[in-house]
Write a protein that binds this ligand. Structure first.
Ligand code: GUN
Ligand code: FE
Length: 441
């Protein structure tokens, strides 16, 4: 069996650190190594010790760069790769004017396949090795999404969007077809390679009560699958939801009423919540997902990370491309930090890096497989260069601690700071990036 040994400064998390003194929560080894065999992490530790165990391993020397678990993006829209950076609107107009027309194109398997290639190139070039995605309403987009994941041996989660109203004709399914197509996609893809399926009613506005019942049946029949939807992102969205579901106690009450809230349920945004909704999150262990760049871009509002954590509600963090404005989980932290600043909440850089790795994996219930460098984990690793840009390099001259370095990375870093990304032990970045020759405007 061939072995690969990555050498560099190793950083790995065991819990969310409060600060740099909280050394039980993380491991930092200045001359560290990760030994990889058959796509999994076989050993980690001090370079000299690991090298002695594996004299025949091919050494990839990444010094002085950092070695961390690959980043995890817990909410992203695969069919919105050409929607990112669309001007001027807030949520509902943005959906109607930009997003829905674009998603109709994913009925074409050729288009879906081409875009899947670009999507995965973008994820790995930004250091993301696992993502939880919304595909379009069309099964062609789901097939393209998971076929590409299989090709690259990536741990990817996703599902067909269920939507049967308040969208163009070409983007609507029916309660029955959404059930049948979701079933087909679960049978075809869940557990295939590293793939997992997410049952995906888009949000209350685009599903009739009849479709919500179908989603309820799917969730009951497939406890192995994730569930994902959107919650309380925007005030107009909340008002429209109340009109469509007048009998529900509140927005979350719609999903609660249809049995969609489980510990494997991911609720994108979860910004404008009532006390009752917060109680229901705490009881059901459904997981809010913070999407900072999207929330600022669409002017949606400020996610209350501190308030939710104080109630024992674990949350995840994500890009929400194409309302989000960067594929980079570093830039996602950058904007997240600022959103917390506006609420007088602090985001320590060690907790920030735990969040985008182990923390997100724990929310997904997958921290035994991804999100850490523990022995037996899949060898998904990101290599970070804190000197990647002129601005970073200059600032690094005045950095005196690991925390400062991480804060520089999350504030100034993006794909330029990702020097390599390993998926199941295989390097992705060098030579993998695709250049699109877009016509001039
Ligand atoms: N709510 C329903 N669909 C979407 C979407 O595609 N993006 C965002 N940001 N919110 C949504
Ligand atoms: Fe979203």
């Amino acid at each position: 069996e061939t072995q690969t040994l990555l050498r560099g400064r190793l950083l790995d998390f065991h819990a969310a650190p409060a600060d740099e003194m909280d050394t039980d929560a993380y491991t930092y080894i200045k001359d560290g190594a990760i030994l990889i065999e058959a796509g999994k992490i076989k050993a980690t530790g001090v370079y000299q010790d690991i090298a002695a165990q594996a004299p025949k391993a091919a050494v990839k020397d990444h010094r002085p760069n950092l070695l961390l678990p690959g980043f995890i993006d817990t909410h992203v829209h695969f069919p919105q790769v050409q929607v990112i950076a669309s001007w001027g609107e807030q949520l509902l107009d943005w959906l109607n004017n930009y997003t829905f027309p674009e998603e109709t194109r994913f009925e074409d398997p050729k288009h879906s396949t081409a875009m899947a290639g670009h999507f995965y190139d973008l994820l790995t070039s930004h250091g993301t090795t696992t993502a939880v995605s919304y595909c379009s309403v069309h099964t062609a987009s789901v097939d393209a999404y998971f076929a590409e994941a299989e090709k690259r041996n990536m741990c990817m989660i996703g599902g067909k969007v269920m939507m049967d109203r308040n969208a163009p004709d070409t983007l609507r399914d029916t309660p029955q077809s959404s059930y049948d197509d979701s079933k087909k996609m679960i049978a075809k893809w869940h557990g295939k390679g590293r793939a997992q399926y997410a049952i995906t009613p888009r949000f209350a506005i685009t599903s009739t009560p009849e479709q919500m019942q179908m989603a309820q049946a799917l969730v009951a029949e497939h406890p192995e699958c994730f569930v994902q939807t959107h919650l309380s992102e925007n005030h107009d969205e909340i008002a429209f939801t109340k009109e469509l579901y007048p009998d529900a106690p509140d927005y979350l009450g719609v999903y609660e009423g249809y049995g969609l809230l489980t510990p494997k349920t991911l609720l994108g945004h979860s910004i404008h919540l009532t006390p009752r909704e917060i109680d229901v999150l705490a009881e059901t262990q459904a997981k809010p997902v913070f999407c900072p760049t999207s929330n600022l871009f669409l002017g949606s509002g400020l996610f209350d990370d501190g308030g939710l954590r104080a109630r024992g509600i674990q949350n995840a963090i994500a890009t929400d491309i194409g309302a989000g404005t960067s594929y980079s989980m570093l830039q996602t932290l950058n904007e997240g930090y600022k959103i917390l600043q506006l609420q007088k909440q602090k985001l320590h850089p060690l907790r920030a890096f735990d969040w985008i790795t182990r923390g997100n994996a724990e929310v997904l219930g997958l921290s035994d497989k991804i999100g850490t460098l523990a022995v037996g984990s899949d060898a998904d690793v990101v290599v970070l260069d804190s000197h990647a840009t002129h601005a970073m390099d200059l600032r690094m001259q005045r950095a005196g601690s690991l925390s400062e370095e991480l804060f520089i990375l999350q504030t100034l870093g993006d794909d330029r700071a990702v020097s390599e990304t390993y998926v199941a032990g295989v390097a992705q970045k060098n030579g993998a990036a695709t250049i699109v020759n877009a016509p001039a405007v």
